[in-house]
Design a protein around this ligand. Structure first.
Ligand SMILES: NC(=O)CC[C@H](N)C(=O)O
Length: 381
């Protein structure tokens, strides 16, 4: 038995001409973006609210999505940023002690168009064979020819600067740093370091993990010049994850170059990693279908240790372009792509995957400790 036939019709049209027919389990209307697949088995709410998915339609390969509903806590940003959602099926009944609304109600509230009831395995194989495709989701009133032409008109993410689109408009102090455990809520301890975090689409769990490690955080807009950041006299600078192509973010690349020259401890995640690489003189390239999932093996090149990591990126740093002074620290064991770098002449390093991933895996969480160590080792200001 399935709930789906009670929902209005929806289609997903791809730029290659393929059309999938299913049911509209979110908002009605039209959504256009790059269609990608994510293999995570949990965390749909964190995925939908991760600003790195801006202009992307996410297909979840796990077949039952929505089982635990949605709540007011599991937001990685203030809103839903994914352009659309594609799933195989909804549960007949969603249930969890933290649930406040069902996934369809949540999607409707945030205006996210979503389709269910299509063969997500077939779609995933198509994306793996042909590469990420431009697509159009249409829900409610269906006009197949229009959906196909909308999909074909999407220019693709290459060359698209989206970090400044999703970033905060004004600087703010981040305060929520406590942790929940079986013993209850533990407020964050006293701050030892002041970190300025660039918001290119920052995930909240990164801010939480830094606060829990004794950082006071000032979050600044993507286009903040280095001179403004230096006025805070920070102990360290964090470069966040974010959507789109890193290459057109010249404002960030310029700022990072100046901060590198100032020898400020710096840590970058995902888009932040790619921007650190660009600022150091390396190049980034678009991947065929990217990495989106929570079971990606990554090797630490200094210890040989293999870690299971969470990943979400469609661009990557080309290892052939690493200049002198920039060292590879991690590689993907799925495809050998670069996963981490470190400057040999400045206290700056970065990681392509997501050490902050909530609910996990947590194998790479100690990269946050490494950032703290670099700030502790920096000469007094
Ligand atoms: N999660 C991210 O920061 C993604 C980085 C970049 N937008 C990419 O797709 O590669």
């Amino acid at each position: 038995m399935s709930l789906l036939p009670s929902f209005p019709p929806a289609i997903l049209a791809l730029a290659d001409g393929t059309v999938f027919r299913g049911y509209a389990v979110g908002a009605e209307g039209l959504a256009v973006g790059e269609v990608v697949f994510n293999t995570a088995m949990s965390g749909y709410q964190e995925i939908l609210t991760d600003a790195s998915y801006c202009r992307q339609i996410v297909t979840l390969t796990y077949p039952h999505i929505g089982n635990t509903g949605c709540n007011d806590e599991d937001f990685e940003s203030p809103s839903c940023f994914a352009a659309g959602l594609v799933i195989r099926d909804l549960p007949l009944r969603a249930e969890n002690w933290r649930m406040q609304e069902s996934l369809p109600d949540f999607l409707k509230r945030f205006g996210v168009v979503a389709i269910a009831g299509i063969d997500t395995r077939q779609l995933t194989r198509l994306l793996r064979d042909k590469g990420a495709q431009a697509g159009c989701l249409m829900a409610g009133e269906i006009d197949e020819a229009k959906a196909l032409s909308e999909a074909r008109a999407f220019p693709g993410l290459a060359g698209m600067d989206l970090a400044r689109v999703v970033s905060t408009e004004a600087p703010y102090e981040w305060r929520d740093g406590g942790t929940w455990s079986l013993e209850g809520y533990q407020p964050a301890g006293e701050a030892k370091f002041h970190v300025v975090a660039y918001d290119f689409g920052v995930k909240r769990n990164i801010l939480r993990l830094l606060t829990q490690r004794g950082c006071r955080l000032t979050v600044v807009p993507a286009q903040t010049p280095a001179a403004e950041v230096l006025k805070y006299r920070p102990d360290g600078v964090f470069l966040s994850n974010g959507p789109g192509d890193p290459e057109p973010c010249a404002y960030a690349v310029d700022a990072i170059r100046e901060l590198l020259a100032a020898k400020i401890p710096m840590f970058g995640i995902c888009l932040g990693h790619q921007l650190l690489a660009l600022a150091s003189g390396a190049r980034t390239v678009k991947m065929k279908f990217g990495h989106h999932g929570t079971n990606h093996p990554v090797q630490d090149l200094s210890t040989g240790k293999v870690m299971i990591t969470s990943q979400n990126h469609g661009f990557t740093v080309d290892p052939e372009t690493l200049p002198d002074g920039l060292k590879a620290t991690h590689i993907s064991l799925f495809d050998g792509s670069l996963q981490g770098i470190e400057r040999t002449d400045a206290p700056a390093f970065s990681f392509q995957g997501h050490p902050e991933a909530s609910s996990g895996p947590h194998d790479v969480a100690d990269l946050f400790d490494r950032f703290i160590e670099k700030m502790a080792a920096a000469p007094a200001k």
